[in-house]
Design a protein around this ligand. Structure first.
Ligand code: SF4
Length: 375
């Protein structure tokens, strides 16, 4: 089984914290979408198994019109073996989700929405320079639900300079009242060269408060845990049978094909990434060339990736797999390095899998790098 990821590199405006690849110049959108279909055709033999999931990410896939979306589906269904009931996710921004737009989307194979809410408070949304307001945030979820979609996830950001403990609690309460079955939530992170980074360096905005972010993360885990959400990945919470299949497959190390500018692909042994430049992407595809770079992963890379991803999920680091797929010394050194985290009760071993404890969840990245192989 495999997944297809399609990167739609367009947005209405630049959110202050964002370092994804996108352009706010929409005039080449149709041309670029034609090239996305072309890339799908050129790379059709890179996937050997059946396609189980299709994911439109970005950027802002809800900027696509019905024709653009349907032509991608036609290409996929004509050239790839897709299972009968694939999970098909579309990332959408609240300001795009009008009743008419959602009605149109109902006529496509899309069956899961990922809505970029980020906050239900205008103060936070203004700080982040999001294109929607708090009213649209709530309305968008209701419109999607009213149109008969039940597989919905929303994104929420915690620990922003404008978010207090009280407003974060209210954000979580609002999400619970809306009764969505899946929530992804991340701390506001200051990525280099973003507007947010610039504002902090310019002292027009305070640094993010890491202690507040830790408090918000604890509130998130507690409130969602009390409401039947399972934290199946550090930042992802789903009710039973609503885990993201696409992301779960990625975390389990299954292959995926990434189409579109800046998209990454993985075939089990090598990773490739497309050039993050819309104009060059269009030009190269017109010349029947896929503008990507390929890296064959070393044993250490593959091991470190399994450790990093495994530790962040409820699937854990699978010790059977480490023993089967890597030389014996990898297992031996992993067990040796694990000892200090075991005695600090940051990790536990259950069923031949290394898993984070509740305490360890706050230190996942540090623990993973302590278990990495270097050199
Ligand atoms: S809508 Fe998403 S991809 Fe676009 S700028 Fe905002 S965060 Fe980035």
């Amino acid at each position: 089984m495999a997944g297809i990821y399609i990167h739609i590199p367009f947005c209405k405006q630049r959110c202050t914290y964002c370092d994804f690849h996108f352009s706010t110049q929409l005039k080449h959108k149709s041309e670029l979408m034609e090239m996305i279909s072309k890339e799908l055709i050129l790379r059709k033999n890179e996937i050997t198994g059946l396609v189980e999931t299709i994911y439109f990410g970005g950027g802002t896939p809800s900027l696509l019109d019905l024709n653009e979306l349907n032509s991608v589906f036609e290409t996929i269904y004509r050239h790839y073996p897709v299972i009968e009931n694939p999970e098909i996710t579309l990332e959408a921004n609240p300001d795009d989700l009008t009743r008419e737009k959602v009605r149109e989307l109902k006529s496509t194979p899309v069956n899961r929405f990922s809505i970029g809410i980020q906050s239900f408070f205008d103060e936070d949304l203004r700080l982040m320079n999001r294109a929607h307001n708090s009213r649209e945030a709530i309305e968008s979820v209701k419109v999607v639900q009213d149109s008969g979609f039940e597989n919905i996830t929303i994104d929420l950001i915690y620990g922003a300079q404008t978010t207090s403990d009280e407003t974060w609690k209210k954000n979580l309460e609002t999400a619970l009242e809306l009764d969505v079955p899946h929530i992804s939530s991340y701390a506001l992170t200051v990525e280099p060269k973003t507007v947010l980074d610039f504002q902090i360096k310019n002292k027009t905005l305070n640094e993010v408060d890491e202690e507040k972010q830790e408090r918000h993360f604890k509130m998130l885990c507690q409130m969602l845990g009390e409401n039947k959400f399972i934290q199946y990945e550090i930042s992802n919470f789903g009710k039973e049978s609503y885990f993201s299949k696409h992301n779960s497959n990625y975390w389990k190390g299954k292959p995926y094909l990434g189409i579109g500018p800046s998209a990454h692909s993985f075939d089990g042994k090598s990773r490739s990434w497309n050039l993050a430049n819309n104009a060059v992407y269009i030009r190269k595809l017109k010349e029947n060339e896929v503008p990507n770079q390929i890296e064959i992963l070393s044993e250490n890379d593959r091991f470190n990736e399994l450790v990093m991803i495994g530790l962040r999920t409820i699937y854990g680091i699978d010790l059977n797999r480490i023993q089967k797929d890597f030389p014996e010394e990898f297992y031996t050194s992993l067990m040796k390095e694990s000892q200090r985290f075991l005695s600090d009760e940051l990790i536990q071993i259950n069923d031949h899998k290394i898993l984070l404890t509740e305490k360890g969840k706050f230190l996942a990245d540090g623990i993973a790098s302590g278990l990495f192989r270097v050199g």
